[in-house]
Design a protein around this ligand. Structure first.
Ligand code: C2E
Ligand code: MG
Ligand code: MG
Length: 697
């Protein structure tokens, strides 16, 4: 009850309090006035009765003394006009009835209430009557009691009158109650209305967030002050709300911009890989809920590197933007295209009726990209290889689909480029493995997984390091180290050896330049494969790499196999000539395992021969090997070529080669191929241990 009253609205509470107070006051007023009236009426009647008794006693006095009942009776009969007197009885001193009077129609016939022995006057109120008893005394000086007068007064009329009066009081009370109630309600509204307006404004703010709401100020009392304060607080709040809104809008704008940047590739004006990842996830969710098929196409440009290298990065960027435009032009509005990085793009196609539709679109894309691109007064020709996979036919998760589209794309590249391939799930395991390795190998360069290890080459007479052979290592992201025999042949087959080769040239040139600066004369020899020789601008590429690294060509050496010399055209010979002219050394690797014809040794200005380790490993006991090595050394000497023995593992082999007059050696005896920083440590040791260096060539 208490709590429910506490929770009532103030207006209701005030109304209830008003009602209670006014009712109480009215009730108290009415009842006290009625009681007052009642008691004063009784008092009046008691006095009237006493007066009447006194008057009658006066008259009855002589009658009693003279025992004249007749005279007393006459006196009593004189009371007839007095309506209120119901009955009068006069008793003599012995208490016998002396004379009596009773009004006509007297309904109150009960014996009069008195005690005759009582000397004093006494009054007794019945329910509707008043009995008054007074003793009658003889005249002074005797003043003896000579009788008693008892009177009964009728109070019915008096009470009726009293009832009328109380009714009037009640009426007045009720009218006052109504008037005071109305007045209080009016007054109370002056308190509650501003409070209501205040709460209404507060609700608008708190529930609807409407900061324009204001409380109406109707008075200057505390509530008025409260409303003014509340409105001022709202002014302040709405100001803050506005500035907060502005700040939020600004922040939203920045966030949108950031997400745009995070999902957008500024070179091609296409979504980037980040956006693509979300898009493919969305496509997968659509498939999950609406069974909406989609095709994922991975597109890799052919010859982009060539354009980039020959025309420069700016032209390369321009080309990517143009490619993006053509891709957009070949696709429908609802198809999605993103640039994944480098020259790789991804397309997500939904809503295709059948696979032939995808083939048609792929052909359209290839045809559009085959058209020449005009880049700042240059004309560039490129192509593209596209790999396609379909969800759910081939896979239902992002990673699988991307891997499949990737391997299909590399398959397209192997098929001679500028073509598209659908992912084939039923390829043989060997084929799949190979595609898998191929895919990984292609990614290895982007992921910086191909690094150069350096194996020392020492001068046999001083055992001093004079140079290093740079040997490629593939360190996968999981830390697995793959030896060149396990990936170089594949890289050669798929043409990736060109990129791997140029990466090795660049990194080893930079490393060698650092060594030369710090330790003086040191050379590095790098292996070249026949595939690299098919590049027309190989010589330029190599010289550019050396120039960029700040390394003079005399500290750089090219290792080629006999087969390159034998199989390649005059073009490659020209190429070698250019490099030799610049002072670069050329070494014949794995010498003795290839061609029997030695004529090329005289036709090219080769600087070094590396005896294959298959001979070295058999030294000194195998007579044939000893004979071959002896012959090669004397041949080299007579042709004034430097000679390196490869694969020296034992001190015995070393001693034998030293005796035979071999100048340089390479092998586990001197050191394994090691990362650049370890090779640097070897050079640091050399500077403290060995005598000053002399030229290795
Ligand atoms: P290579 O040019 O004849 O290199 C010498 C190989 O013999 C290296 O093998 C080296 O680790 C190994 N070797 C050195 N000393 C010893 C020894 O004392 N005992 C034995 N058993 N082996 C020794 P690696 O590094 O496995 O390279 C194998 C081949 O892969 C190289 O033979 C080279 O033909 C090719 N290769 C390596 N890196 C590249 C590269 O960057 N480009 C090209 N085109 N081919 C490379
Ligand atoms: Mg080699
Ligand atoms: Mg070799």
């Amino acid at each position: 009850m208490k709590t429910s009253f506490r929770n009532l609205p103030i207006s209701k509470k005030l109304r209830m309090i008003n009602l209670l107070i006014v009712s109480l006051i009215t009730l108290l007023t009415i009842s006290s006035m009625s009681l007052l009236k009642y008691f004063s009426l009784r008092d009046d009647y008691r006095q009237d009765a006493a007066t009447l008794s006194a008057i009658l006693a006066e008259s009855a006095n002589s009658a009693l003394l003279s025992n004249d009942a007749q005279a007393a009776q006459v006196t009593l009969n004189g009371l007839r006009p007095v309506r209120d007197v119901l009955r009068v009885e006069i008793y003599d001193k012995s208490g016998h009835l002396f004379a009596s009077y009773s009004r006509k129609n007297n309904t109150f016939r009960a014996p009069l209430h008195f005690d005759p022995s009582q000397y004093d006057e006494a009054a007794h109120f019945g329910s509707l009557t008043l009995d008054n008893v007074s003793p009658v005394f003889s005249a002074p000086p005797d003043k003896k009691r000579i009788g008693t007068i008892a009177i009964r007064i009728d109070l019915v009329d008096a009470y009726k009158h009293l009832a009328n009066q109380i009714t009037a009081i009640l009426l007045v009370g009720l009218i006052s109650f109504a008037l005071i109630g109305a007045l209080l309600t009016r007054l109370q509204k002056s308190i509650t209305l501003p409070l209501l307006s205040l709460t209404e404004a507060m609700h608008k703010v708190s529930k609807n967030g409407d900061f324009s709401a204001r409380a109406t100020v109707t008075s200057q009392d505390e509530i008025g002050e409260l409303s003014i304060g509340f409105n001022q607080m709202l002014d302040e709040l709405s100001k803050r709300e506005n500035s907060l809104h502005q700040e939020l809008n600004e922040r939203r704008r920045i966030e949108e911009r950031l997400s745009e940047i995070a999902n957008f590739d500024s070179v091609s004006n296409l979504p980037n890989r980040n956006s693509f990842n979300s898009q493919i996830d969305r496509a997968l969710i659509n498939y999950k809920y609406d069974h909406e098929k989609f095709a994922l196409m991975i597109l890799d440009l052919d010859n982009f590197k060539y354009v980039n290298d020959t025309l420069g990065h700016h032209a390369g960027d321009l080309l990517l933007a143009r490619v993006a435009e053509r891709l957009r032009g070949s696709l429908r509005q609802e198809d999605y295209v993103a640039r994944l990085g480098g020259d790789e793009f991804a397309i997500i196609m939904r809503d295709f009726t059948d696979i032939s539709k995808i083939s048609t679109v792929s052909r359209k894309i290839l045809a559009s990209l085959q058209q020449p691109f005009f880049l700042e007064s240059h004309e560039a020709f490129i192509g593209a290889s596209i790999g396609i996979t379909i969800c759910p036919d081939n896979g239902e998760d992002s990673e699988t689909l991307q891997r499949q589209a990737d391997s299909a794309m590399y398959q397209a590249k192997n098929l001679g480029k500028n073509t598209f391939q659908f992912y084939q799930a039923d390829l043989s395991l060997v084929h799949k493995n190979r595609i898998n390795i191929e895919t990984q190998l292609r990614r290895s360069l982007e992921n910086n997984e191909i690094v150069a290890y350096y194996q020392p080459i020492v001068e046999i007479s001083s055992e001093k390091i004079v140079g290093f052979e740079a040997l490629a290592r593939w360190i996968k992201q999981d830390g697995t180290l793959v030896q060149p025999d396990d990936f170089i042949p594949l890289a050669e087959e798929i043409g990736l050896i060109i990129d791997i080769g140029s990466h090795l040239i660049n990194s080893s040139a930079i490393q060698t330049a650092a060594w030369v600066n710090r330790f003086g004369q040191i050379f590095t020899s790098v292996n070249f494969s026949s595939r690299q020789f098919k590049q027309n601008d190989l010589a330029n590429d190599v010289l550019k790499a050396l120039k960029n690294a700040g390394l003079q060509p005399c500290y750089f050496e090219m290792e080629i196999t006999e087969s390159i010399l034998m199989n390649n055209s005059s073009d490659s010979m020209n190429l070698l000539g250019q490099l030799i002219d610049q002072g670069m050394g050329i070494a014949i690797d794995d010498f003795g395992t290839g061609y029997s014809s030695l004529s090329y040794l005289t036709s090219f200005p080769i600087s070094k021969i590396k005896i294959d380790r298959s001979f070295v490993s058999k030294l000194p006991h195998d007579r044939n090997a000893l004979a071959v090595v002896t012959a090669i050394i004397s041949l080299a000497k007579s042709l004034n070529l430097k000679i390196v023995a490869e694969g020296i593992e034992t001190a015995e082999q070393f001693a034998c080669l030293a005796t035979l007059g071999c100048q340089y050696g390479q092998g586990y005896l001197f050191g394994n191929p090691v990362p650049a920083d370890e090779a640097t440590k070897l050079l640091e040791m050399r500077s403290t241990q060995y005598a000053p260096s002399h030229s290795a060539r």
